[in-house]
Design a protein around this ligand. Structure first.
Ligand code: ADP
Ligand code: MG
Length: 576
C-alpha cells in the first residue's frame, strides 16, 4: 500500500496544477472570486480541493465542489479520497440527488450543482461553506447558471466566502466579466497534435461505423487506447456487444489477434464498473462513453478518438410541456474538445464519423446554454422561494427567452403554485421543497390530504414517473416481442397506466430477494426499478421533514378506487 501511495503522490506532482500550487493559493487568498482555466486533465477537479484543504480552508467551513454530472461527482470524490488516503464519506464525501455520502467528518464535499442549489433554500448564505468550486462551469448547466446568478448577492453578504470557477478554455472570459472582471488564471500545460480524419459521407448507422473503426484500429500496428463517443447507455451497450462479438469471431479465425478490453461508461453504470475505466491494463483498452468523457472525466493513455458527433440533449417540447432527451449534433467546440482527448499524453488521431461539411454547416460554434432550451418551471419555483420575486432583475449570465419565463409562470399559476400576483402560494412553497417535477410534487402533496389519504401509493407512482421507462421491449425477435407483451398485460390495471406502475412496483417489492432475475423474467428494467425505490425512500423522508402524513388508502391495484369527482376540486382548494 505504501507503494501505491507513493505512485499516487508521484502522479499528483506531475500534474500541471501541482506545478502552480503556490500561485493558485496566493491568488485565491487575495481574491474573493477567481476563474481558473486549464486543459482537461491538468488537475483542476482533483487537486484544487486538496490545495484548499492543505491551506486550512476547511477549518472555516466546508470546501464544496459542484459538478454538472452525477457520475463525475461520484468518481472524483472517490479518487480524491484515495489520493488523500482517507475513507470515502469521511473527510471526502459526495452528495447527489437521492444519495448522500457525507458525514459530520466531511471537509471536502463533492456534489452536483443541483444539490448546492437546493442547499441555498435551507441556508441562503451557504454559511456551512468556506469555499466553493464551481467546476466545469463551461458546461453551462441550468443549475450552474442559476447558482452563478445567486452568488452575486451571496458574495456581497459573505465577504469571507471564496468562489472559484473552473472552466475549459471556451468562453472563460464570460465568467470573469460577470463578476466585474474577476481575476483569471490559466494553468499552463501542453497538448500534442491530433490528426483529424473526416468521414467521406454521413453514415446512416453510427454504431456500426464506430465498431468498424475500432476494429480497424485494433488490427492495425499502432498501440494506444481508444475512446469512442456515443450518446447514451443503449448505444453504448450495443457498441460494446458488437465489438466483442466481432472480435471473438476474428480471434476464432486467427489466433494472433490481440485481446481488447472493452469498457462502457455512462451515468447510471454502477460505480465499480465505472472505476474499471481508470485501472491500468496490460492489453489495449477501448472505452465507449457518453460526453462525460469530453471534459469531466480524464482517462490517460488515449491515442485514438472516434467521435460520432452526436449527444443526448435535454430539450423542452412546449407542445407536450415536457423535457425529453433527444439525440442531437454536438457543437464545434465540443467536437474539438473530443478530438483533444487523443492528444493528452502524445500525438494522436481522431476519426470524426461525419463530414467536414457537417462540421462547418450543421454544428453550432458552441453549445447553447441549458437555460435557453429547457422548461423553467422548476427553476422559477426555486427562485421564488428564494424571494427572487422579479425575475427580470435576476442577474442571468445569459438571459432565457422571455416567452420561456412567461410560459413557466403561467404553468405554475395554473397548477396553483403561484397566485395572481406571481407570488408563491402555500402549495407552491411546499412544492419547492421536493426535488421533482412541479406537477408531480403537487400530486404528492395533495395525496397527503385527509380526503385522499394515499401518499404511500402516490409516492410510488411519482417515483415510477421519475425514472426511465421500466418495460423492456425486445425489438428484433418476434417470439420475445410476443412474450413480453403478454407479460406486460399481466401487470396492466385497466383503470390507468399509473395504477399499472403501482402494481409493477408492488410486485417488484414482494419479490425483493430475487428482484434481478424476477425483473428479467418479467421484461422489466431492474436498475430503473431499484432507482424508483431509492427515490421513493427519499420522497417519504422529505414528506416526514415537512410533517406531512404518509398514509395508504389500503386499496389494491386490481380494484376500482379512483373518485373522479373529488380530483377535479384540487386547484380551487389550494388557490383559496
Ligand atoms: P481536470 O479537472 O483538470 O480535467 P482532473 O483533476 O480530473 O483534471 O484529473 C487529473 C489527473 O488525475 C488526470 O490525469 C487523470 O488521469 C487522473 N485521475 C482523475 N480521476 C482519476 C481516477 N478516478 N482514477 C485514476 N486517475 C484519475
Ligand atoms: Mg475536471
Amino acid at each position: 500500500n505504501t507503494y501505491s501511495k507513493d505512485t499516487i503522490r508521484m502522479q499528483r506532482m506531475k500534474l500541471p496544477a501541482y506545478q502552480v500550487k503556490d500561485t493558485l493559493l496566493r491568488l485565491i487568498s487575495e481574491n474573493q472570486v477567481i476563474v481558473i482555466i486549464g486543459e482537461t486533465g491538468s488537475g483542476k477537479t482533483t487537486q484544487l480541493p486538496q490545495f484548499l484543504y492543505e491551506a486550512g480552508y476547511h477549518k472555516q467551513g466546508l470546501i464544496g465542489i459542484t459538478q454538472p454530472r452525477r457520475v463525475a461527482a461520484m468518481s472524483v470524490a472517490k479518487r480524491v479520497s484515495e489520493e488523500m488516503g482517507v475513507k470515502l464519506s469521511e473527510e471526502v464525501g459526495f452528495t447527489i440527488r437521492f444519495e448522500d455520502h457525507c458525514t459530520e467528518k466531511t471537509k471536502i464535499k463533492f456534489m452536483t450543482d443541483g444539490i448546492l442549489l437546493r442547499e441555498t433554500l435551507l441556508n441562503d448564505d451557504l454559511d456551512q461553506y468556506s469555499c466553493i468550486i464551481m467546476d466545469e462551469a463551461h458546461e453551462r448547466s441550468l443549475n450552474t447558471d442559476i447558482l452563478l446568478g445567486l452568488f452575486k448577492s451571496i458574495l456581497a453578504r459573505r465577504r469571507d466566502l471564496k468562489l472559484i470557477i473552473t472552466s475549459a478554455t471556451m468562453n472563460a472570459y464570460k465568467f470573469s466579466r460577470f463578476y466585474g472582471n474577476a481575476e483569471q488564471f490559466t494553468i499552463p500545460g501542453r497538448t500534442y497534435p491530433v490528426n483529424i480524419m473526416y468521414s467521406k459521407d454521413s453514415p446512416s448507422d453510427y454504431v456500426a461505423n464506430a465498431v468498424k473503426q475500432v476494429l480497424r484500429i485494433h488490427l492495425g500496428k499502432e498501440t494506444g487506447d481508444i475512446l469512442v463517443f456515443m450518446t447514451g447507455q443503449e448505444d453504448i451497450e450495443t457498441t460494446c456487444e458488437e465489438i466483442e462479438k466481432n472480435l471473438t469471431d476474428l480471434m476464432k479465425a486467427d489466433d494472433t489477434i490481440e485481446p481488447l478490453e472493452v469498457l462502457p461508461i455512462y451515468s447510471t453504470l454502477p460505480a465499480d464498473l465505472q472505476a474499471k475505466v481508470f485501472q491500468k491494463s496490460k492489453i489495449r483498452k477501448c472505452i465507449v462513453a457518453t460526453n462525460i468523457a469530453e471534459t469531466s472525466l480524464t482517462v490517460d493513455g488515449v491515442k485514438f478518438v472516434i467521435d460520432t458527433g452526436l449527444m443526448k440533449l435535454k430539450v423542452y417540447n412546449p407542445k407536450v410541456g415536457l423535457d425529453s432527451l433527444q439525440i442531437t449534433p454536438i457543437s464545434q467546440a465540443q467536437s474539438n474538445q473530443r478530438s483533444g482527448r487523443a492528444g493528452r499524453t502524445g500525438p494522436g488521431t481522431c476519426y470524426r464519423l461525419y463530414t467536414l461539411t457537417s462540421f462547418n454547416q450543421e454544428m453550432f460554434p458552441s453549445p447553447i446554454p441549458e437555460i435557453q432550451r429547457t422548461n423553467l418551471s422548476n427553476t422559477i419555483l426555486l427562485l421564488k422561494s428564494l424571494k427572487v420575486s422579479d425575475l427580470s432583475k435576476f442577474p442571468f449570465l445569459d438571459k432565457p427567452a422571455i416567452e420561456a419565463i412567461n410560459t413557466a409562470q403561467y404553468d405554475l399559476w395554473s397548477i396553483g403554485a403561484l397566485d395572481n400576483f406571481g407570488n408563491l402560494t402555500k402549495l407552491g412553497s411546499m412544492m419547492s421543497k421536493l426535488p421533482i417535477d412541479p406537477a408531480l410534487s403537487k400530486l404528492l402533496i395533495l395525496s397527503t390530504l385527509g380526503k385522499f389519504n394515499c401518499s404511500q401509493e402516490i409516492a410510488i407512482i411519482v417515483s415510477m414517473l421519475s425514472i426511465p421507462p421500466i418495460f423492456v421491449r425486445p425489438t428484433n425477435d418476434a417470439n420475445l416481442m410476443k412474450k413480453s407483451e403478454s407479460v406486460r398485460e399481466k401487470f396492466q390495471v385497466a383503470e390507468s397506466d399509473h395504477l399499472t406502475l403501482l402494481n409493477v412496483y408492488n410486485q417488484f417489492s414482494k419479490n425483493k430477494r430475487w428482484a434481478s432475475s424476477w425483473c428479467q423474467q418479467n421484461f422489466l428494467h431492474f436498475k430503473s426499478l431499484r432507482k424508483a425505490r431509492e427515490i421513493q425512500v427519499q420522497l417519504v423522508q422529505i414528506l416526514k421533514t415537512m410533517k406531512l402524513p404518509f398514509v395508504s388508502c389500503g386499496v389494491h391495484t386490481d380494484k376500482k378506487w379512483i373518485d373522479h369527482e373529488v380530483t377535479s376540486n384540487i386547484i380551487v382548494v389550494w388557490n383559496g
